[in-house]
Design a binder for this molecule. Sequence first.
Ligand SMILES: CC(C)(COP(=O)(O)OP(=O)(O)OC[C@H]1O[C@@H](n2cnc3c(N)ncnc32)[C@H](O)[C@@H]1OP(=O)(O)O)[C@@H](O)C(=O)NCCC(=O)NCCSC(=O)C[C@H](O)C(=O)O
Ligand SMILES: [Mg+2]
Length: 271
Amino acid sequence: MQLRHARSLLFLPASNPRAVAKARTLACDMVILDLEDAVPDADKAAALDAAVEAVGEGFGGRLMAVRINVEGMPSHGPEMVALKRTAVDYVVLPKVENAKQVKDVYSVAQKPVIAMIESAKGVLAAPGIAAGEGCAALFVGTNDLRKDLSIPPSAGRAGLAHVLQSVVLAARAAGIAVFDGVFNRLDDEVGLEAECAEGHGFGFDGKTLIHPGQVPVANQAFGPDAQAVADARRLIEAATGGAERFEGRMIEAMHVEEARALVARAEAVGQ
Ligand SMILES: CC(C)(COP(=O)(O)OP(=O)(O)OC[C@H]1O[C@@H](n2cnc3c(N)ncnc32)[C@H](O)[C@@H]1OP(=O)(O)O)[C@@H](O)C(=O)NCCC(=O)NCCSC(=O)C[C@H](O)C(=O)O
Ligand SMILES: [Mg+2]
């Protein structure tokens, strides 16, 4: 699957073997083995070994990523070196604030890097980060962003709207994929549906997740709607080039391209 088609990107602590086993049974499009905030410092080395082993065993064709620790952490160097020798698809780098951090990881790990934008400085530098060498996609880290921007968790996402849209803008200008942040309330399916719909409306390609129960909701929200796919197929069939009337609306070349992209996404996710 192309990264841009991923709808559900599930984080799990690399140090949790039950979660690793569970991930192999889920309909998530990407598995992200975390070595950063989900793993206590004392367990970092064991978690790296577990991540390398899990990647070696594979996740049944799901995209595989490992989130490493930031530069300055003792485990940062060994993580990059160890991942270079694996079949991991992407390295996720947290708390990115400039393009050089991504380039440095890319040059050592030799894997495409997904940069997490998690601070005011990261947001302001996002266009350069997204366009920089080795950057395959952006994630927004909404928990760290809230903290950095002093937005209380109780405030909803209104105060984050400009930030989220800025990150999408940076990714699109660079032609790379971009994924929304995690939803912390594990038992609030209605809230998750609303946040997925909002993220989809902002232009995100999919959503990062933290629990198996969140996977079907993200797949539904970011998978093309069956009716929209049927419309797209009819539009492609009907279009002859230039401006024309199609089912009561004007269509031009960009609508045909949009329809083709939607059909390609539907086929990629098996719809
Ligand atoms: C949040 C959790 C700690 C909750 O754990 P728990 O209460 O134990 O979950 P359940 O009992 O409901 O689990 C049911 C079964 O599902 C498995 N499970 C749970 N979570 C996952 C998962 N993420 N992936 C795969 N499988 C999972 C359990 O093992 C149970 O199965 P079984 O053992 O067979 O009975 C927990 O969900 C969790 O650890 N989630 C991931 C946390 C994480 O990775 N955090 C880091 C990423 S968040 C982030 O990026 C923030 C960002 O940086 C920012 O700034 O915003
Ligand atoms: Mg974070």
